[in-house]
Design a protein around this ligand. Structure first.
Ligand SMILES: *[C@@H]1O[C@H](CO)[C@@H](O)[C@H](O)[C@H]1NC(C)=O
Ligand SMILES: *[C@@H]1O[C@H](CO)[C@@H](O)[C@H](O)[C@H]1NC(C)=O
Ligand SMILES: *[C@@H]1O[C@H](CO)[C@@H](O)[C@H](O)[C@H]1NC(C)=O
Ligand SMILES: *[C@@H]1O[C@H](CO)[C@@H](O)[C@H](O)[C@H]1NC(C)=O
Ligand SMILES: *[C@@H]1O[C@H](CO)[C@@H](O)[C@H](O)[C@H]1NC(C)=O
Ligand SMILES: *[C@@H]1O[C@H](CO)[C@@H](O)[C@H](O)[C@H]1NC(C)=O
Ligand SMILES: *[C@@H]1O[C@H](CO)[C@@H](O)[C@H](O)[C@H]1NC(C)=O
Ligand SMILES: *[C@@H]1O[C@H](CO)[C@@H](O)[C@H](O)[C@H]1NC(C)=O
Ligand SMILES: *[C@@H]1O[C@H](CO)[C@@H](O)[C@H](O)[C@H]1NC(C)=O
Ligand SMILES: *[C@@H]1O[C@H](CO)[C@@H](O)[C@H](O)[C@H]1NC(C)=O
Ligand SMILES: *[C@@H]1O[C@H](CO)[C@@H](O)[C@H](O)[C@H]1NC(C)=O
Ligand SMILES: *[C@@H]1O[C@H](CO)[C@@H](O)[C@H](O)[C@H]1NC(C)=O
Length: 435
């Protein structure tokens, strides 16, 4: 090789490296995708069949391509995007093992099957607006983000070996009725909502997540779930009973809202809820128990429904307001009133109503000049002695009370949970949940 060609080839390799952001492999220019180029037919994909490593962002688009196949490529240092390939019915890239950025399948209304059987590692899988897609094959072992929305998938086998993700969100997949996941941890959010009616979801290996939201599900299983750092919410499900018996703490809010078939919860080991605790509008949840060890609630507590029985036997510290409302005349408020009068429910507002009577206590209305606004503003009092002055200084608004807290880090933690600290906040949370 003469000096000139050596120079040229190293420049080309250098360019490939620069293009990819940071590549450790030397890749020939024929295996570098030109910026903004689009594959519109199979021959555009065949160009890469001799590339073990392909560098750049590969986009497949247009109305021409009907079946597409990327062969030979093992590593893609970039993203693979299928976007608006309006007549594409089938796509496969089964030799691909590694995609350093994203696999995006979007807005391709004819796509029925997509297979990535060799894929082991990808940063992000994003699948959106694929109304005909009923078969997605892969078996990734590593991914950070999985987002699947508006497909026709009936089940998702793709993540049988995925144990850890940052975010896992499946929504609006109207045929999705079964999900059996082997996830063990979710660093950020886990959401499953508005998928197939009567969907059954099983997350029996999941030990912890930052937050979890489950909606429109018929059966859910979380037998290993031990800890949720932020919020845990079950909303608008047809679940009849929930086994959360390994759960010990929820750092943020815990809500069970509008689960019309719910009759039982088993949270035998739950000791603490850091934010608000809401059980509301579960019209068949008449005998509310299953929280025998719950002693601390860091925000407000709100239990609204048709219950005749409410057992929170260990509860001794609620930092925020208390709101207990039931249509049943048989429910007695006496034990809750006694808890409140002993200082076990510290918020400014305490309401306990049954079908026959109502008890309503608003401490803040005692501080005369501020009484007119007491209905809309609640203050979490952190010390027993200074309720009046605290509530007076904390009157700036129901959302910002926590920021008046002198202690910076406590203020931050409180700010996160502040909306749930007051009745208004708890109700807003319910309203938001129902949106
Ligand atoms: C690129 O990769 C090299 C070798 O792995 C590493 O030393 C360097 O820090 C990386 N540079 C950037 C900008 O990531
Ligand atoms: C690629 O497309 C983006 C946005 O469409 C544009 O900002 C960018 O300049 C294009 N790059 C090249 C090299 O054409
Ligand atoms: C691929 O796209 C991502 C963002 O989508 C961009 O950061 C990256 O630079 C692109 N890579 C190449 C090689 O064009
Ligand atoms: C999709 O592609 C068609 C042509 O095939 C084009 O008319 C349409 O504007 C594109 N839609 C989007 C959202 O890019
Ligand atoms: C995938 O790529 C990552 C980062 O580039 C690398 O660490 C990993 O070994 C690759 N995995 C495979 C299966 O090639
Ligand atoms: C969910 O599980 C229940 C009980 O195992 C079963 O009767 C029902 O058919 C399942 N739903 C779906 C959509 O598979
Ligand atoms: C879950 O956490 C993510 C990131 O921390 C956040 O964006 C999202 O709003 C949270 N969802 C809920 C329901 O709290
Ligand atoms: C529940 O937690 C206990 C103690 O941490 C553990 O031994 C047990 O295996 C867990 N159960 C499940 C189903 O994970
Ligand atoms: C609640 O679930 C039902 C189906 O069980 C659905 O029709 C309705 O739209 C959902 N409501 C909300 C507010 O999500
Ligand atoms: C849920 O309860 C309603 C009545 O409140 C009943 O009609 C419906 O069949 C139940 N759904 C399931 C899936 O059990
Ligand atoms: C709750 O679950 C635990 C562990 O599975 C079990 O031992 C206990 O009997 C259950 N309690 C109720 C009330 O179902
Ligand atoms: C009480 O039950 C009735 C009938 O079962 C239902 O319509 C109503 O929404 C329930 N109220 C609450 C607050 O759950």
């Amino acid at each position: 090789m003469n000096l000139k060609s050596l120079l040229v080839s190293s420049l080309v390799a250098g360019a490939a490296i620069a293009d990819s952001g940071n590549s450790t492999t030397n890749v020939p220019s024929s295996c570098t995708i030109k910026p903004n180029s689009t594959a519109t037919q199979q021959s555009d994909l065949d160009k890469y069949s001799s590339c073990q490593t392909l560098v750049g962002n590969l986009t497949v688009s247009g109305s021409e391509i009907q079946t597409g196949s990327l062969n030979g490529v093992k590593n893609l240092e970039g993203s693979l995007t299928i976007y608006n390939a309006s007549n594409l019915v089938q796509f496969n890239a089964d030799t691909l093992q590694n995609i350093s950025h994203s696999l995006n399948l979007q807005l391709s209304t004819s796509l029925q099957t997509a297979s990535f059987n060799g894929l082991e590692e990808v940063d992000t899988i994003k699948m959106v607006a694929l109304p005909q897609l009923h078969d997605f094959e892969t078996n990734v072992k590593k991914a950070n983000v999985v987002y699947i929305s508006d497909t026709s998938l009936k089940t998702v086998h793709a993540f049988g070996e995925l144990q850890k993700v940052r975010s896992f969100n499946l929504n609006n997949n109207k045929d999705l009725a079964n999900l059996e996941s082997s996830l063990e941890s979710v660093e950020d959010e886990l959401e499953f909502s508005a998928n197939g009616q009567d969907a059954n979801v099983t997350f029996n290996d999941l030990k912890w997540a930052n937050n979890i939201t489950l909606r429109d599900v018929h059966r859910a299983s979380f037998v290993s779930l031990k800890q949720v750092n932020s919020s845990l919410g079950f909303i608008n499900n047809t679940i009849d009973s929930l086994n959360l018996s390994n759960l010990t703490s929820v750092g943020g809010s815990l809500s069970f809202v509008s689960n019309r078939n719910l009759t039982g919860i088993n949270a035998t080991n739950l000791e603490e809820v850091g934010g608000g605790f809401v059980i509301a509008n579960n019209s068949n949840f008449k005998l509310i128990g299953g929280f025998p060890k719950l002693s601390k609630v860091g925000g407000a507590i709100s239990v609204v429904g048709n219950y005749t029985y409410l057992d929170l036997e260990s509860l001794n510290s609620v930092k925020g307001d208390g709101d207990f409302e039931t249509n049943s005349g048989n429910f007695s408020c006496s034990s809750l009133k006694s808890l409140q009068s002993k200082g076990g429910i510290k918020g400014d507002s305490f309401v306990c109503k049954n079908g026959a009577q109502s008890t309503s206590i608003k401490l803040s209305s005692e501080s005369s000049s501020k009484s007119s606004s007491s209905g809309s503003s609640k203050t979490e009092s952190s010390t027993k002695s200074s309720d009046a002055s605290q509530s007076a200084s904390g009157k700036s608004g129901s959302k910002s009370t926590a920021s008046n807290d002198g202690n910076q880090s406590k203020g931050m933690a409180a700010a996160q949970f502040a909306p749930a600290g007051s009745l208004m906040g708890a109700m807003a949370a319910v309203a938001a949940a129902l949106l």
